[in-house]
Design a protein around this ligand. Structure first.
Ligand code: FAD
Length: 440
């Protein structure tokens, strides 16, 4: 069958295997007749080719809740359970997931394999910082329990390891107790990039923060942005939470004709959004669903960039180099006339001990681009800026980074490879991405 990630590029042909439990998974791995390379696939929300291979081991049926501990607010579930399903279980108990990405439709396995981050990395770290343990099935079919205390090396290689060490079967996640799932939101306007970064810094006590940037603004307006800060509402009376209908918004019914996505329409959109939000209300209370997952309400929004798909480019730069590096990236993007509907800047806090996890202290910028031939040389140029400023590119979004760019950005790759080779000596687990970046 033809498969692809959220960016709809690249596309590949693969066999889909759907084990229903650990026994059927082990049978696939230990079969006498070898089927070739394989990689785990969760909800397919990574953008590029990290969940593409000759054979895909889907976690679709590993979707059971296994236990729930009221006292420690922990949930143990199959790797195929979505964050959406977990929220439905934990919210009525006054619990919340401590790290949420921009979509709730990712699986637990995918969240661990990419060690995903949210709008609160500066305070709460990334997803795997809240994973108590998980069960990993190795290429040999052996089941191993990994945690920060048990099989520690394998834990730190698998968290952020993009499925290359084995298949995560189930995981125990520590939830957070919150006073309310609604958030009190405040927005601020920044007229330049340095103002935006300063506001993210001075408001670092806000649990959640994120900035939307007008990526086509140039000159003295470069980096003009709207910053959204939020905290859980202090109101513990859940009956007073705003009423919210979780209805689906519009669906993009067909691929947008690509000629409509150009410098002019992007510029118009960016300018209009900035000016609209600049005048909008400064404070509001929002339901968690509207605040954390606005894009989930537009069905198939990945068709907005046309039939050729799109690429998301996300990088992080250390604090000291971020202003200069991000300015250079934005100038290059607007100079090339390539725009993005969604340009998002977040502040990262401390890194963790996971070998291939993306976050490092500093700032991360995310840009979306329609796929077209002229995009690739531009992105190669952005890679050079990122590396020159001590940064790296996020594997969960990547579809085209070269081996040398990957290895320069992730200095722990050798240590990772040593552990991978130990647990997967014949290289059973590999993806199109891992081959491209020289990990398999
Ligand atoms: C709209 C949108 C917003 C997003 N926002 C954010 C964000 O704010 N922050 C962020 O960090 N990410 C974000 N992402 C990226 C997303 O969180 C990651 O790509 C995540 O890995 C997707 O999970 P998945 O279940 O879809 O995994 P897939 O895309 O299916 O797979 C991703 C990787 O995980 C591995 N994997 C999946 N399941 C298993 C398993 N059971 N065992 C071992 N490995 C496994 C795969 O092999 C692959 O390498 C966003 C994505 C979208 C589409």
């Amino acid at each position: 069958m033809e498969v692809y990630g959220w960016g709809r590029f690249p596309k590949a042909s693969a066999a889909l295997l759907e084990p229903v439990d650990s026994e059927s998974l082990i049978k696939i791995l230990t079969a006498k007749k070898k089927i070739g390379s394989m990689i785990a696939r969760g909800a397919g929300r990574s953008y590029g080719d990290s969940a593409l291979s000759e054979n895909l081991i889907s976690s679709r049926f590993l979707d059971s809740f296994l236990s729930l501990d009221q006292e420690s607010a922990t949930i143990r579930c199959g790797a195929g359970v979505s964050l959406d399903s977990i929220l439905k279980v934990c919210i009525p108990r006054g619990w919340f997931l401590p790290v949420l990405p921009g979509t709730k439709f990712v699986s637990v396995g995918g969240a661990i394999a990419a060690d995903i981050h949210g709008k609160n990395h500066h305070q709460d770290g990334s997803f795997c910082d809240h994973v108590a343990e998980f069960t990993l099935v190795l290429a040999s079919g052996e089941k191993v329990t990994c945690s920060p205390q048990q099989n520690t090396e394998l834990f730190h290689a698998t968290c952020g390891g993009m499925g290359l060490t084995g298949i995560i079967l189930d995981a125990t996640i520590k939830c957070e107790r919150v006073s309310s799932v609604s958030v009190r939101q405040r927005s601020l306007v920044a007229n330049t990039l340095s103002e935006c970064m300063e506001l993210l810094d001075t408001n670092a006590d806000s649990k959640y923060s994120v900035a939307w940037l007008d990526c086509l603004a140039s000159g003295d307006r470069l980096g003009r942005s709207i910053i959204y800060l939020a905290q859980h509402d202090g109101n513990s009376d859940t009956t007073k939470e705003p009423k919210y209908k979780n209805r689906r918004g519009p669906t993009v019914p067909f691929d947008t004709p690509t000629f409509l996505i150009n410098k002019f329409t992007m510029g118009l959109f960016n300018s209009a959004y900035f000016n609209l939000k600049k005048k909008g209300p400064r404070q509001s209370t929002a339901h968690y669903d509207a605040y954390f997952f606005p894009l989930d309400h537009i069905g198939n929004w990945n068709r907005l960039y046309g039939a050729g798909g799109f690429l998301q480019y996300q990088f992080v730069l250390p604090s000291g180099a971020a202003l200069e590096g991000i300015s250079q990236v934005l100038s290059k993007v607007s100079g090339a006339g390539k725009g993005s509907f969604l340009s998002v800047l977040k502040k990262f806090g401390k890194a963790n001990a996971n070998l291939l996890s993306f976050p490092q202290p500093g700032y991360t910028l995310t840009l979306d681009f329609k796929r077209e031939k002229s995009l690739f040389p531009l992105l190669d140029g952005l890679d050079e800026i990122v590396l020159a400023h001590g940064g790296r590119i996020y594997l969960a979004k990547d579809a085209r980074m070269s081996e040398s760019v990957f290895k320069a950005g992730y200095p722990a790759w050798e240590k990772f490879l040593e552990i991978k080779t130990r647990v997967d000596p014949t290289g059973v687990f590999s993806s199109l991405q891992s081959k491209r970046i020289g990990l398999t």
